[in-house]
Design a protein around this ligand. Structure first.
Ligand code: GDP
Length: 298
């Protein structure tokens, strides 16, 4: 686990350490503090965390010629503080059943894989899980989800390519209710190219869900590809407006990701981060641990 994660944050971490090492024992005057702050922002950590680190260093509770290690310790503490506010596992409430989780995100972000990972996780926790293939736009998406459902060992409700997503969701909730399913995970189309259509489709799914259960969807989970760096932040903004995101899963943190973007996302949007993806298999979902991530980054 740890090694995979190291990969995902290496770019952020290398950049940070490289930048700080370059400062090599310089006096912590205004210029040096500026440099440190800039290097933190360049490492994707976000302006607020960078500003807080700067402030703490400037407060003079440290030696004036601060060693790199000391600076990294302050960075780690501030990163952990920013992340601790948003770390929140996806929980299954006792009532009502089924709990409906809408999963959204652009194509290629790892949405299908994340649904499989979540299904596997809930299965391991002894919940009854069902999938709904609400991304009817791509035939491949329906097929892929069905393959995962079989692998994980959960039932799936799906329709034809081009079919009515809201209709499938309706059918899925009915079946889930009839068979005592605890968690219904709904895949949705990820076409950001046409925001209007996407919005209409999600609104329709919400209306149908709301008629069956006023509290549904209980969660709207945005899947974000961490390798897209700052682009991931733009996606949060769009989906937050279009879909009412309640939490996020960030994927591909095992790759050459600039994982530091997690910190920027945490401080800018304050949305819960439920878990992180560190691979392509169903057990490659990891609880989001702010302390672990902070220690890897700094
Ligand atoms: P979707 O189009 O959003 O449904 O994306 P998919 O779930 O099909 O994933 C797109 C690609 O990313 C696939 O090749 C997945 O195996 C891969 N992928 C998904 N999550 C992860 C992850 O956490 N780490 C890595 N390395 N690859 C991932």
């Amino acid at each position: 686990w740890h090694d995979k994660l190291l990969g995902g944050f290496r770019r952020t971490s290398d950049r940070l350490v490289g930048n700080l090492a370059g400062l090599g024992g310089a006096r912590l005057d205004e210029n040096t503090l500026d440099d440190i702050e800039e290097s933190l922002i360049a490492s994707d950590l976000g302006p607020e965390t960078a500003a807080r680190v700067r402030q703490r260093l400037a407060e003079g509770t440290f030696e004036r010629n601060m060693e790199e290690l000391g600076i990294r310790l302050v960075v780690a503490e501030e990163v952990e503080r920013a992340l601790a506010k948003v770390a929140k596992p996806l929980e299954i409430e006792a009532f009502p059943r089924p709990q409906v989780i809408l999963v959204i995100g652009v194509n290629g972000s790892g949405k299908t894989t994340t649904i499989a990972k979540l299904a596997h996780l809930f299965m391991e926790q002894d919940y009854g899980v069902m999938l709904a293939a609400g991304d009817t736009f791509r035939a491949a998406a329906i097929g892929q989800l069905a393959t995962w459902a079989e692998r994980v060992g959960v039932p799936i409700v799906s329709g034809k390519e081009g079919g009515d997503a809201a209709g499938i969701v309706y059918e899925a909730v009915k079946q889930a209710t009839a068979t005592g399913i605890d968690v219904l995970i709904v895949d949705t189309a990820g076409r950001l190219q046409n925001k209007r259509e996407l919005m209409d489709e999600l609104a329709k799914i919400r209306r149908v869900l709301g008629r069956l259960n006023p509290e549904a969807p209980h969660d709207v989970v945005l899947v974000l590809d961490a390798t897209t760096g700052q682009n991931a932040l733009n996606q949060i903004e769009v989906f937050r407006d279009v879909a009412g995101v309640t939490g996020m899963v960030m994927t591909k943190l095992d790759g050459t990701a600039r994982g530091g973007v997690l910190v920027a996302a945490a401080e800018r949007y304050g949305l819960p981060i439920h878990a992180i993806g560190v691979g392509e298999q169903m057990d490659d979902l990891r609880p989001f641990d702010p302390n672990e991530v902070a220690r890897i980054i700094a």
